[in-house]
Write a protein of this length. Structure first.
Length: 275
């Protein structure tokens, strides 16, 4: 699933291409269940004629700021991608949403697994989406002290806590594994048991792995592409994730894979121990 770096790149590469453009119509919506709110018919009706004023990201949602107070929120989930195409481009069978712009260009929401979602939100809906998500880990407000407060008195294991979007927004399986490896913290450590030095190391590691991924265009394992159709290269720099059976680049021990909170989890058994 695309995480914060991939969603940021998808939002930026889409937004810069379509800002100022006006939506002519929704040309295809062959999987109505992808629209969470409002109804598919209202979604189609209300999008027509809207102009794109700006773009952004909240957690793993791409946000397109439209006129008349509306925001188009798009979630790529496991296999989604958003790309901009000329007027004569033909969508394939996995392109379930096609938005035509007045200049003829078309936005394709391609999603092989049909997990992607779309919402058209008014101000109240946007506020509710914001409130449902936790701290943005690259924001100035996300300090070491703030992370310590988020972990305090929580007995959950640190890995599933990092994945909880209501606590910290935008981190998924890849960057949780990478951050914990960098911080030398076992994924099953209870969050409340981390000492001050470990919290500081985890804070630095979270920000470092996300910033590295942003610099590398995100991670492409299978489906992820930005809105120009380009792959990311951050997968070439993993230290833990997807490296089962390979030597740890820090100590040489073999990276192992286990399951934590129903998610495949990679870690070094020598560098990341449970006291």
């Amino acid at each position: 699933m695309p995480e914060l770096p991939e969603v940021q790149h998808a939002a930026d590469s889409l937004g810069v291409q379509i800002v100022g453009a006006r939506i002519a119509c929704v040309e295809r919506l062959d999987w109505p269940r992808m629209v969470e709110t409002p109804s598919p018919d209202e979604f189609i009706r209300l999008l027509a004629g809207r102009r794109v004023h700006g773009w952004g990201r909240r957690a793993k949602w791409i946000l397109l700021d439209l006129d008349s107070g509306w925001t188009l929120a798009l979630h790529l989930r496991m296999s989604g991608s958003l790309t901009v195409h000329p007027a004569d481009a033909e969508p394939d069978k996995h392109t379930h949403l096609v938005i035509r712009l007045e200049d003829g260009r078309r936005i394709f929401f391609h999603d092989t697994r049909k997990f992607g979602r779309a919402r058209l939100l008014d101000a109240a809906g946007l506020a509710a989406l914001d409130a449902a998500h936790g701290d943005e880990p690259l924001s100035e407000a996300f300090t070491i002290e703030r992370l310590a407060n988020l972990l305090r008195n929580r007995k959950r294991a640190i890995k599933p806590l990092l994945l909880d979007q209501s606590v910290i927004a935008g981190i998924g399986n890849i960057y949780a594994d990478e951050a914990l490896w960098r911080a030398r913290i076992h994924p099953l450590r209870p969050a409340a048991d981390l000492n001050a030095d470990e919290v500081a190391a985890l804070h630095e590691s979270i920000r470092m792995v996300l910033q590295q991924a942003l610099a590398n265009g995100g991670s492409t394992l299978r489906d992820y592409r930005n809105s120009y159709g380009a792959r990311g290269t951050n997968q070439d720099h993993f230290n833990a994730y997807d490296r089962e059976g390979q030597p740890c680049s820090r100590c040489g021990a073999t990276i192992v894979k286990t399951v934590v909170a129903q998610r495949g989890t990679h870690y070094c058994p020598e560098c990341q121990t449970i006291p």
